[in-house]
Design a protein around this ligand. Structure first.
Ligand SMILES: Cc1cc2nc3c(=O)[nH]c(=O)nc-3n(C[C@H](O)[C@H](O)[C@H](O)COP(=O)(O)O)c2cc1C
Length: 267
């Protein structure tokens, strides 16, 4: 399949929301785009009982539907000093107080992946965010090297010293977190008793952010940061256009709810 070349120009532009005139109670099918979306339901639903589904099919289905996923690019170090690097997209922020992020490493036939093994050794690790210019390098580190082989050398990526943990940061990453293990949870299948993966809760101790990706408010500017996310199969995505919607506050909005209840008699 021939594909158009990657568009190197920055594409994240802030636009209006999909339906800027939306008001409380307005149905999705009241716009042309919304009506078209709801029409799709006419094709019916496929319902899957996970207990009866083949595990590989469940994997491919779930990673195609739970999207886009941020990616933790995790740098760890083994007891014998081998530096390991690998991406994990079953990743997210858990809370800011204390600052905790999570990622999950599924087991391989031989047992724990090197990352899951290494995070438990109390030497600390780093979680780095991947930007478009080095996604090929990052992807290469997903290779299933034996534990004694480091992924750093052939990735083309550069180690940067951490200030708190032993494992290096990825110098190419504009947003890196130095972490200590907060808790690791063995995920055991309730029916089979098989340990299938390890959920890592990481306590973020230091954050390194490249100044050039920050805006005047000291926050990360998405257009400069160019983070990549994971989709289904072997697909990645870049951030497309963005839009802003204020988070509603009951204090400010309650009169509109009362009005709606009065006119529609449905609240
Ligand atoms: C973008 C991307 C995301 C991935 N996400 C995960 C994940 O969330 N969990 C997982 O177990 N493996 C994931 N993998 C596969 C691991 O990166 C791969 O198994 C790697 O070899 C593990 O390295 P390690 O054994 O050195 O820890 C992902 C691979 C890629 C390319």
């Amino acid at each position: 399949m021939s594909l158009p070349p990657f568009d190197q120009s920055t594409r994240t532009t802030f636009t209006e929301t999909p339906n800027p005139s939306w008001a409380y109670g307005q149905k999705t099918d009241s716009t042309a785009a919304g009506a078209k979306w709801m029409e799709g339901e006419k094709g019916g639903w496929k319902v899957i009982n996970t207990a009866e589904e083949d595990r590989l099919k469940l994997y491919t289905l779930m990673i195609s539907g739970i999207v886009p996923r941020p990616i933790a690019f995790v740098s760890t170090i083994s007891e014998s000093g081998v530096e390991n690097l690998a991406p994990f997209s079953w990743f997210n922020m858990v809370t800011n107080h204390p600052p905790i992020v999570s990622f999950a490493c599924s087991n391989v036939p031989a047992g724990l992946k090197d990352t899951a093994h290494n995070v438990k050794n109390s030497q600390g690790f780093t979680v780095n965010i991947i930007s478009e210019p080095f996604v090929e390098q990052a992807n290469a580190t997903a290779i299933d090297t034996p534990p004694e082989v480091s992924e750093w050398a052939f990735s083309g990526l550069t180690k940067a010293s951490s200030i708190h943990v032993k494992a290096p940061r990825v110098k190419e990453s504009a947003f890196s977190m130095e972490c200590e293990l907060f808790q690791s949870i063995d995920i055991v299948h309730p029916d089979t008793g098989e340990q299938s993966s390890t959920l890592v809760l990481a306590h973020v101790k230091y954050i390194h952010i490249r100044n050039d990706v920050l805006n005047e408010r000291g926050l990360v500017d998405i257009a400069k940061f160019k983070p990549v996310s994971r989709l289904g199969d072997i697909s990645y995505a870049r951030v497309g256009d963005a839009f802003r919607i204020p988070r509603p506050s009951w204090q400010q909005e309650k009169d509109k709810f009362a009005e709606l209840a009065h006119t529609a008699g449905n609240l």
